[in-house]
Design a protein around this ligand. Structure first.
Ligand SMILES: [Zn+2]
Length: 492
């Protein structure tokens, strides 16, 4: 169904790229009398060749040079992330069609070289029309200083500087660093409600597909996906949203149960039917989370979670979308979602620039895919979402002082009808901040004290959850909340 599955079949494309090798110029190893070594060949800019554009891709195109000037530096270059560099060129009649040594110098290691002949003219949509270099993640460091040359053997006096960029030395490109990793724990649920005991596919192959999809979308140097122990589940989970809130609260409570570090995202996953088609016949809910946009730089630790179905057709894209909400992203305007981000810059949720799956060197035209935060099919990440995810990721994923002081709190679920349910105890950090609601804590002895609840709405579901810090209040047996002008009561 999804393009993603098709792309994976086409793995293994890196034909024509070779790591640098400094070949010895001495072919005469076996002879008794040593001979004088041949001189190293001199490589010069190839005749009749002009480098017109240099671009680097890591999910999206970042133009480094165009027609001798700087490219628009709008897409960040992410430290420690795999990249592909494409060199665009033109040739004139003085290029004789001979073999070219294409060389990419990157500071901090050997040059990356490709031997090729040129055809051109180069276009965005045709990978074969450009000279392409695979740049391993570890070559994109804190800075990226590079030069490219389309070279041939010759005398220095015949050098064609137009076939190299820059003409002398290396050009430095700013890199967004340091490297950072997105960590996700998959929390499978065993669906016992229909007697099946069904558990979503958590095979190593499937988990790797999830990891790869997150790696395509998220501007991080790496993605780590691990699988938590399976949680038995005996309540109904329906395509209309029934029962999802209870699963969500269960996932919410896992962080406290596991003592996980703050940068980790939880993803609850379940198969409430035997197949996607039997689950989703007349339309269905695929995933849910709580929009995690306060405070805007980090969101709340406890809201780094989401949940969704494990059906192969949609699970990976649903996961990438829901975790986007957990990164504070609202919807992109495609497919009619609620909660559209008013700042989204491209009509129809288009991705804005050329995309590339660097693992397979598959190009994605700006109009051929829509942003992962919309509801349309064939999704990739836009420049807009990519930058926002990078900013959030650098605030959350990098090693820093996490785990500020935690204090006790109560979890209350509020369903689509406004009914409140006591849903367990938890702890909160100082930055747990949602929509503030006036609340009252009632002790077992009837004593009352005022509190402030933080309320979070589900993104694709009515209702939400309220977290009420209890502070020093002991034996809280009931909480009362003011939500939308009505008092909601939950009892332990
Ligand atoms: Zn959504």
């Amino acid at each position: 169904m999804r393009r993603f599955a098709l792309v994976l079949v086409a793995l293994g494309v890196t034909v024509g790229f070779s790591a640098c090798s400094e070949e010895s110029a001495d072919p005469d190893g076996g002879e008794a009398t040593p001979k004088k070594k041949k001189a190293e060949p001199t490589y010069i800019g190839a005749q009749g060749v002009t480098v017109t554009q240099v671009a680097v891709y890591q999910s999206l195109k970042r133009t480094l040079m165009v027609d001798g000037g700087p490219g628009a530096a709008e897409v960040p270059l992410v430290a420690g992330r795999d990249a592909v560099v494409r060199v665009f060129y033109t040739t004139d009649e003085t290029y004789e069609g001979g073999e070219i040594l294409a060389r990419l110098e990157v500071e901090g290691g050997d040059p990356i070289e490709v031997t090729t002949t040129l055809a051109g003219p180069s276009t965005d949509e045709d990978m074969a029309s450009t000279v392409n270099f695979v740049v391993p993640a570890d070559r994109v460091g804190q800075t990226f200083s590079y030069s490219v040359g389309l070279l041939e053997e010759g005398k220095k006096s015949n050098d064609n500087a137009a076939a190299r960029w820059p003409a002398e030395g290396l050009e430095a490109v700013a890199v967004d660093g340091p490297p950072n990793k997105l960590r996700v724990i998959l929390a499978p649920f065993q669906y016992n409600t229909d007697g099946s005991g069904r558990v979503p596919d958590m095979s190593a192959e499937r988990v790797e597909l999830y990891r790869q999809r997150l790696k395509q979308i998220y501007p991080v140097s790496d993605v780590e996906v691990s699988v938590r122990q399976t949680t038995p589940w005996n309540q109904y989970i329906g395509p209309d949203g029934s029962g999802w809130q209870q699963v969500g609260i269960s996932v919410y409570n896992m962080r406290g149960q596991d003592g996980t570090s703050d940068d980790v995202y939880y993803y609850g996953i379940f198969d409430p039917a035997a197949s996607f088609f039997s689950y989703c016949g007349g339309g269905c809910l695929l995933g849910v989370t709580l929009l995690n946009d306060q405070p805007s730089d980090t969101g709340s630790v406890d809201l780094r979670l989401a949940l969704g179905v494990g059906f192969a057709e949609y699970a990976a894209d649903t996961m990438a979308h829901e975790l986007g909400h957990s990164h504070g992203r609202k919807h992109a305007p495609c497919g009619g979602p609620d909660g559209i981000d008013p700042g989204y810059p491209h009509a129809g949720a288009q991705i804005g620039v050329w995309g590339m799956d660097t693992a397979t060197q598959t190009l994605i035209a700006p109009s051929a895919a829509t942003d992962i935060m919309g509801y349309c099919e064939t999704q990739w990440v836009s420049d807009y979402t990519y930058k926002a995810l990078l900013s959030r990721g650098q605030n959350v994923n990098l090693p820093r002082l996490h785990a500020p002081t935690r204090s006790p709190a109560v979890v209350v679920g509020i369903d689509g009808a406004g009914q409140a349910t006591w849903s367990g105890e938890t702890t909160v950090t100082e930055n747990t901040r949602g929509r503030a609601l006036a609340a009252t804590l009632v002790g077992a002895n009837g004593g009352r004290s005022a509190a402030t609840a933080q309320y979070y709405s589900w993104d694709h579901l009515p209702g939400g959850i309220a977290i009420i810090p209890t502070g020093d209040a002991a034996d809280v047996s009931r909480v009362e909340l003011e939500l939308d002008g009505k008092r909601r009561i939950a009892e332990r």
